[in-house]
Design a protein around this ligand. Structure first.
Ligand code: G
Ligand code: G
Ligand code: MN
Ligand code: NA
Length: 254
């Protein structure tokens, strides 16, 4: 399989690019947090979407190498931004749904981060509910370890999985990322708007932050801000871009 061979080489040679997408504070319109997203523009195959190469990496035992690479790159970027006194001081990194099944997976990430002069709170790990279905005990143990060191934990695509309240009760989660599908229908569907409001209010009560994903219009942003959501992530503000292109604050256009 040529795709697999090329992917293996690309990870080894560091040919995967890391793009970053702002999480814009609804309070200040400043950007202090971004999400790291892997991009692969292969010399041989052209642009390959992460929707294709991430699952491939998972199926063929390459995902841990890729995660380690993203963590390494993100740490280096945080150090650079600190030197530049850049506004961004936290990077969110997606963990694979199989992360909790991989032996020593936390240990390998912790070693990379310890080799850099950054604080663990500057890294947020994004996990999905799918990754906890195999074994909530194992996920709980693993996340407790990450939290005890000071990393932040976000629950990604919230609302699309089983969204069991058991997860929220048992797991040390700091941030809920409300899935794009709810934001898409926010203005047309009262039911979805009610669900979003419910998640925001609930999160506030239990001291979790909320990020709305896939904000594409000003109208959505205005409503979400009114509902009390803390952060917006989406094309309305900025698409994932190379580190140097991040916009560090936006103008109020409401
Ligand atoms: O960036 P985009 O929306 O095209 O990403 C598609 C999917 O790939 C998303 O679900 C995203 O979480 C995932 N993805 C992107 N970068 C990474 C990464 O570095 N690690 C993992 N595990 N998933 C990623
Ligand atoms: O699964 P996860 O939430 O990690 O995936 C995030 C993906 O969503 C990124 O790959 C990013 O490219 C994509 N994304 C971010 N904002 C928007 C948006 O406003 N619209 C659309 N269509 N996709 C978005
Ligand atoms: Mn994510
Ligand atoms: Na998501």
């Amino acid at each position: 399989d040529i795709l697999l061979t090329e992917l293996r080489l690309a990870i080894l040679r560091g040919e995967i690019d890391i793009f970053y997408q702002p999480k814009v504070s609804f309070e200040t319109l400043e950007v202090h947090k971004v999400e790291a997203l892997a991009r692969w523009n292969s010399a041989k195959l052209g642009f390959v979407s992460p929707g294709e190469f991430i699952p491939l990496a998972e199926r063929h035992g390459l995902i841990m190498q890729l995660t380690e690479y993203v963590v390494q790159q993100s740490c280096e970027q945080l150090v650079l931004w600190k030197e530049e006194k850049h506004s961004v001081n936290q990077i969110a990194i997606n963990l694979s749904p199989t992360h909790f099944q991989i032996p020593d997976s936390n240990k390998r990430l912790i070693e990379i981060i310890r080799a850099h002069s950054i604080n663990p709170s500057q890294i947020e790990f994004e996990i999905t509910e799918t990754s906890m279905m195999q074994s909530i005990e194992r996920a709980e143990k693993s996340l407790d370890e990450l939290r005890s060191i000071g990393f932040s934990i976000a629950l990604d695509d919230f609302g699309t999985g089983l969204s069991s309240l058991t997860y929220l009760q048992r797991l040390p989660i700091n941030t809920l990322k409300i899935d794009k599908s709810f934001i898409d229908s926010l203005l047309d569907c009262e039911k979805d708007a009610a669900i979003v409001k419910l998640i925001i209010d609930f999160a506030k009560t239990i001291n979790m932050e909320t990020v709305c994903e896939g904000v594409e219009t000003l109208e959505q942003a205005i409503l979400l801000q009114k509902m009390g959501c803390q952060y917006a992530q989406g094309y309305y503000y900025q698409k994932p871009v190379p580190a140097n292109d991040i916009t560090s604050s936006f103008e109020c256009s409401n």
